[in-house]
Design a protein around this ligand. Structure first.
Ligand SMILES: [Zn+2]
Length: 294
């Protein structure tokens, strides 16, 4: 950690190394970075290489190089999820011991996409079937939290997703569990990320409570959409950050997040301005246009 002692605010940026960073990644990085820096907090980077088949060789290094080129400075060492198997196993053992887990034999074709888990294996595996994934039992009590931008949220997991997977059929830890275990391990106090992850948050809070982990705060940023509402549809938005000039792209990200930077000659000046003038109240809930600022 940079600086002495624990920071009151610890934020993070956690890309998956499945390809290039793009404008949507920049929004999440800028939002989480400026939230942390404007509160004298720490900002950590975690590489979510949980899923080896999806991990692109060299992508993590390229993403970190891109962050450096854009002028981001993170505190401490980068955490790689592929080093965290023992911690995930320990969390699963804790849930297992407390009776929260059950093996599920259902194959993809037996599950109905978009519908909550039907509870087929909840009371035990059907005769002659073997467990594939591990699921965590959910209940009917709503999970509630206040998102600092999107407002109060309520989700009843039994209705939205049902008992959900914490260890996948291929043996890998499910994303929801890994995120919760790692946020606690890294001392993250506040999660700032894209609104596409808003519907993961109730499951993550639920796991935090089952595991007795500190609850994190949340701020879900607007998503980058084109006029038809497709995520990352515009060419600029979906081009790799490596093809973009940092000062202009940072300006565009700031505008998208409700901050209008004056013209700046250098990237460093733009960052100085951003850290001084950042106000999370200015962030719009929904995404608007992307305007390049020089
Ligand atoms: Zn099942």
């Amino acid at each position: 950690m940079a600086g002495a002692g624990a920071a009151a605010y610890v934020g993070r940026f956690a890309p998956s190394p499945t390809g290039d960073l793009h404008f949507g990644s920049l929004i999440a990085a800028v939002g989480s970075y400026l939230e942390a820096r404007s509160r004298n907090g720490h900002w950590l980077v975690r590489i979510e290489d949980l899923d080896p088949p999806r991990t692109v060789p060299g992508a993590a290094e390229a993403q970190l190089a891109e962050l450096r080129r854009f002028g981001f400075q993170w505190d401490g060492e980068v955490l790689y999820q592929n080093t965290r198997s023992a911690a995930y196993a320990q969390a699963l053992a804790q849930l297992e011991e407390a009776g929260w887990l059950f093996p599920c034999a259902c194959t993809r074709s037996e599950l109905r996409p978009g519908e909550p888990y039907a509870g087929t294996c909840r009371q035990g595996l059907p005769p002659g079937r073997e467990g594939r994934a591990l699921r965590v039992r959910v209940h009917n009590t709503p999970v509630t939290f206040d998102d600092r931008l999107q407002g109060p949220q309520t989700e009843t997991l039994s209705q939205s997703c049902g008992d959900f997977v914490v260890r996948r059929a291929d043996g890998l830890t499910a994303y929801q569990l890994a995120v919760v275990v790692d946020d606690a391990f890294q001392g993250v106090t506040d999660v700032v990320r894209g609104s596409d992850l808003l519907d993961s948050t109730a499951r993550q809070r639920y796991l935090q409570s089952l595991l007795g982990l500190p609850k994190t705060g949340y701020l879900h940023l607007p998503l980058v959409k084109d006029p038809e509402g497709r995520k990352l549809g515009k060419r600029y938005a979906s081009d790799p950050l490596s093809q973009q000039e940092p000062r202009g792209a940072l300006g565009a990200a700031l505008r998208f997040l409700g901050h209008a930077p004056p013209p700046h000659k250098t990237l460093a000046q733009r960052w100085q301005w951003a850290q001084k003038n950042w106000r999370s109240e200015r962030i719009p809930r929904q995404g608007g246009d992307i305007v390049i600022a020089h």
